[in-house]
Design a protein around this ligand. Sequence first.
Ligand code: HEM
Length: 415
Amino acid sequence: MAVPPNIRDTLVDIRAYSDGRIYDAYKWLRANDPLGTVEAEGYDRFRVVTRHADVMEISRQNDLFTNGPQSILFTQAEIERNLQQSGGVTVKSLIQMDAPEHGIYRDMTAHWFRPANLKLLEDRVRELARRAVDRMAASGGRCDFVNEIALHYPLLVIMAILGLPEEDEPLMLQLTQGLFGAADPDDLVDGVPPPQERDRTALFTMMAYFNKLTEDRRANPTGDLASLIANAKVDGQPIDPLTTMGYYIIVATAGHDTTSSSTGGAMWALAENPAELAKLKADPKLIGPMIEEAIRWTSPVKHFMRTATQDTEVNGQAIAKGDWLMLCYASANRDEAMFADPDAFRIDRKPNRHVAFGNGGHLCLGQALARMEMKILFEELLPRLESVELDGDPKMSAATFVNGPIRLPIRYVMN
Ligand code: HEM
């Protein structure tokens, strides 16, 4: 049986992700239809997976539930429009790949993202964090934390690991936002973002930028991640240009909006919960757990899709070969069967087995980086932050895929 129309409509309404209605729909689904079937106009039929245990179970079985052929929820019209806008060029990244290809390409850079390697970048990241904190201090006690801090700092970190010059930040910001930036709910026309010319040009500009980077790093390799990608070989051959491009693009985009959203979410939650802020300031060892809680609470990646390769069963319910499944991480992370008082932001939540980074073979490659950069930012900020509160209404972006705060006005006292 299909899920009721009001729940179906909420699931595919990007405004529901902005005004929070999505959480009521998730709650209803967890309680009443945790693997419900959705038949929404314009979309292929899909199953919506809302319980923590089921998201974990499906994610860990990568042969039974593949990422191909379509790993993000789009309407058929959106798929066609995207293809048209890219002139028929399909850039493939890790997230669209399955075994055996996926393992080969993931192994290429996996060592780079391990904590031991990231440690070598810590000084540079700390320098960027200090600058962000100084900028906050210089703002005279008020700022829009998202637009002045949370949007820039993670991008500068990603650019540092790729080895891109800092002066390219405005261009990269324009390109990553043009390609993947989530919509402002106030800009929607009939519930959808207006078509943007810059979307069309962003992909080509980004491709030209990264092609030049590949040429440069092949001629003059350095120790950065771009050099590793540009000079990588599979079966003794350089990887093809579109896959090389897919790698740069996934690093530049997956590493940006996600971490911006969880960083903004952390500040939002602290500004709303002075008791939690006081606890944190009294015991800096809680910064790590606070970061985990902010990532759970914001769950910036709302879903990825999987396709069943065989008839099977999950949690006693039949799944048919070909079923397209929406893994709702943000629902799993508010599952009352897993988390006590799941809507509350508790910096010392223990245990905190959230699934915001996914699970199984596609588990977020950048999770250690995301944790490290958020931790360093708050390590630098908290000793200087005496108090913080909201200074107006925050605003969440409107998107079914990656979303988070796009405006966060705060008022604060810093030393
Ligand atoms: C994959 C979340 C930060 C790079 C993923 C997935 C999720 C996710 C849910 C899919 C996992 C799955 O299918 O099981 C997040 C969140 C972040 C974050 C919530 C921040 C709070 C980053 C950063 C990078 C990154 C900083 C750095 C480059 C990637 C890549 C993949 C991925 C390359 C694809 C992995 C694969 O398919 O094998 N991320 N991510 N992410 N993420 Fe992240």
